[in-house]
Every structure is written in C-alpha cells, then in structure tokens.
Design a protein around this ligand. Structure first.
Ligand code: HRO
Length: 308
C-alpha cells in the first residue's frame, strides 16, 4: 500500500493535498466542507483586520486552460477565522491561518492578535496578492520582505510561512532565497497566481476590476509553479519546507510538484471548478502513479527530479 504521509516542521499530515487559500475557504460552511473531504488539512481565505467586500463583480472567470481572478481580498476579518479555528483541534496536523495586512502596521496587528489568541497552529503570511488596487506585491520587494520579517520574528514565535508570487529570473530566486534563509520560517508556499494577466473574449476583457487585469491560475501556470518549487528547493535551507501550488488538476500534477521538492501540494482553480471531491480523485491518481513506479512513500521521490 502506498503512503501519502508528509511532514511540515513539527506537524505531520496523513496525505499531501489541500486547498489553496482563496478557494472554498471563505466561511464556516466552506471550511467545514474541506474538513469533511479527503483534503489533508485546510487554509483559510487570507484575512485582513477588518472584513472586506472585495472588488466589483464579475471578478473570477474560468477559462479553457485555467482561471483569471481579481477578487480583491474579500474576507470575513481575522476575528471570524480565529473564532472558527477555536473549534478545530490543532494536534499533530495543523490547519493554516492565512493573513495579509493592507499595511506593515496592519500585518503586525494581525500577527499580535494571533499570538495572543488561543490558536497555536500554522500561520501563512500572504506577501503576494496581485489584485489590490494601487498596492504592489510585497514579495517582489526583497528589501521590504527582509524588513518585515526582521520585525515579525522579533516577537512572533508560532510556526510561520510566507506565500510568494512567482519569480521569473534566476537572480531573483537567489536574492529572495538569501533573505528567506535568514529567518526561522517553517515553510514557503510557491506560487500565488501570475499577477496582472489579461484574458480577452471576442473584443472584451473577462473580468471587471482593473479593466480586466487579474491573477492567472490553473494549467497555464504549472510550468512556472514547478520552476518556482524546484528553484526554492535548490536554494532554501532544509528546515524551510516547500508547499507547491499552481496548475494542479491531476495526480500527475501532484506527483510533479513533489518531484520538484514540495512537501504539501495545494489546489486552487481545479478545486473551484470541481469542488472538494477532487481530493479523493487526486489521491487515487497519485497512489496509482506511485504503485506503477514502485514508490511506497513520498520520500522515495521527493526532490529527486532527473536532469539530462
Ligand atoms: O483576493 C484576491 O484577489 C487574491 C488574493 Cl488575496 C491572492 O493572494 N491571490 C489571488 O490570486 N487573488
């Protein structure tokens, strides 16, 4: 029997697939669905200090090879997700609470609130929302990431990771990895959507905010996601685990993320389109690939990508 168990820092998980933040994780009902599914754990929608309505609709569109979104961070506010997480036992395997501040001060307020709450599980700091009008993605500002994490780790001692935007140049991987390696991060989650893409139907954009510019997800972005997972696998110190996100629609895609070095694999667009039953299918497809290749557990092939 193949085993899909994995670990991340001090936590261990029965399987390796879960939702990506932003998909099927807005409220209690959706989070309960994930907990009832074969997803091994879940991450919440990125929370801000106050609830937000998000951008005008239509703001998400499924397209033939993926999706484009400009949701604009609709969420129910940090207190809602902290209340929800009080009902969830953080044991050997933890949920992920995703947060993002609209300013540096707000990020600190959020993290201090978490620190003084009863939630003691994993926290994902989203440094890469591409859809906030007038606000750049902090993940592209290496110095800004360094300054923020320096301030954060002066007081924050829960297991913390960062959600990064995709990078496209090897020197940019070198620069951001050098910064990240200076901190006691539990994980790096790569990638968020490819920011500010434009999808056109006939002569018109597909979504309303920002005249159609939005984050690209789904099959379009798998090669970029795999490159980012593997580039960080090659550069990060081994104590920083990698979560692979981007372009996962099949067990084969999960297999490829793990081959590139991922310890957990998240599903966004395909979960939005197929619903939480997708986790059952992904696990079954992954198990059958592993069985065919004679792999008994994820360690048998994690990070062991072959080069020519
Ligand atoms: O809410 C969004 O518009 C959004 C967020 Cl926060 C994010 O991190 N990534 C994305 O594609 N959309």
């Amino acid at each position: 029997m193949t085993r899909l168990q994995t670990t991340l820092g001090q936590f261990s998980f029965d399987s390796c697939v879960m939702n990506a933040s932003g998909v099927h994780c807005y409220d209690r009902t959706e989070l309960d669905d994930l907990r009832a599914s074969k997803a091994t754990t879940f991450v919440t929608k990125s929370a801000t200090l106050n609830p937000r309505e998000g951008n005008p609709t239509p703001r998400y569109k499924a397209v033939p090879l993926g999706s484009i979104n400009s949701m604009g961070l609709p969420n129910l506010g940090i207190d809602y997700y902290l209340d929800y997480l009080e009902t969830v036992e953080v044991g050997e395997s933890s949920p992920f609470l995703s947060v993002t501040g609209l300013s540096r001060e707000e990020t600190h307020t959020l993290l201090r609130k978490i620190q003084s709450s009863s939630y003691n599980g994993l926290v994902e700091l989203n440094l890469s929302c591409p859809n906030l009008i007038g606000k750049p993605q902090l993940g592209y500002d290496t110095e800004g990431v360094n300054d923020l994490l320096t301030e954060v780790f002066a007081y924050f001692d829960q297991p913390l990771g960062v959600k990064l935007p995709p990078y496209f140049d090897l020197t940019h991987f070198d620069q951001i990895a050098e910064v990240l390696n200076q901190f006691p991060l539990t994980f790096v989650n790569t990638v968020n959507s490819i920011g500010n893409a434009l999808y056109i139907e006939d002569e018109t954009v597909a979504i309303k905010p920002k005249n159609g510019f939005g984050g690209l997800g789904g099959s379009y972005i798998k090669p970029t996601a795999l490159a980012n997972v593997h580039a960080f696998y090659q550069r990060l110190k081994p104590s920083i685990a990698i979560i692979g996100t981007g372009g996962v629609t099949s067990g084969r895609d999960v297999f490829e993320h793990i081959l590139c070095g991922a310890r957990l694999v998240q599903v966004g667009t395909a979960l939005q389109e197929e619903g939480p039953a997708i986790f059952d299918r992904l696990e079954a497809e992954l198990r059958s690939i592993m069985a065919e290749k004679g792999y008994e557990c994820l360690d048998d092939f994690r990070g062991k990508l072959h080069y020519l």
